[in-house]
Design a protein around this ligand. Structure first.
Ligand SMILES: [Zn+2]
Length: 179
């Protein structure tokens, strides 16, 4: 038995050590998630608590709420997406103010696309690239998914995200083609 400090907690599902104040206790309304966790670890009870990435993982394995990225992965995509959008707007303003012709300004589509791609993936809790590979990253490394229904649902979701990102990138780019 490993000794841990009083303010530390070892997640009973993944075995990772973390600060005690970030443990999650599931409510009765989370029955589907609780069932999933108990399937994987019959001895586990709600009072034992669980870490956030583990909850996300078991939630992601339920039909209708498929996801393949954890909270830290989502924050990373929000950050990258936001930076990309700020860059696109700044570049757009520069190109317009300097009188660059429209074919040049059309290049804004690329950073706008990556900006929207990051934000939509975070919002949908789905990485389109991981989805195509049939994998997930719930903040403890990239893992292969097993359930074929979940894999195909995630692929479908990923492709929709790609199309939505392209659509919004086109809309945003067109705003800089008007002047
Ligand atoms: Zn865990």
């Amino acid at each position: 038995m490993t000794e841990t400090l009083a303010n530390q907690y070892v997640c009973p599902m993944c075995g990772r050590t973390m600060e005690r104040d970030i443990i999650l206790f599931l409510k009765h309304t989370d029955t589907h998630v609780i069932e999933r966790i108990q399937q994987a670890n019959p001895k586990w009870e709600t009072k034992d608590g669980i870490c956030e990435p583990c909850v996300e993982y078991y939630r992601s394995q339920i039909a209708g709420s498929e996801s393949n990225i954890g909270p830290a992965q989502r924050r990373r995509r929000v950050r990258m997406g936001t930076i990309s959008l700020i860059f696109s707007v700044a570049a757009g303003i520069y190109l317009v103010s300097q009188g660059f012709s429209r074919p040049f300004r059309f290049g804004l589509f690329v950073p706008f696309f990556f900006g929207m791609f990051g934000l939509i993936q975070a919002r949908e809790k789905t990485c389109a690239v991981l989805a195509e590979m049939g994998t997930c990253n719930m903040d403890f490394g990239t893992k292969k998914l097993q359930d074929t229904d979940i894999i195909s649902a995630l692929k479908k979701k990923g492709r929709k995200i790609l199309l939505r990102s392209a659509f919004w990138a086109a809309v945003l780019t067109s705003l800089f083609l008007i002047p």
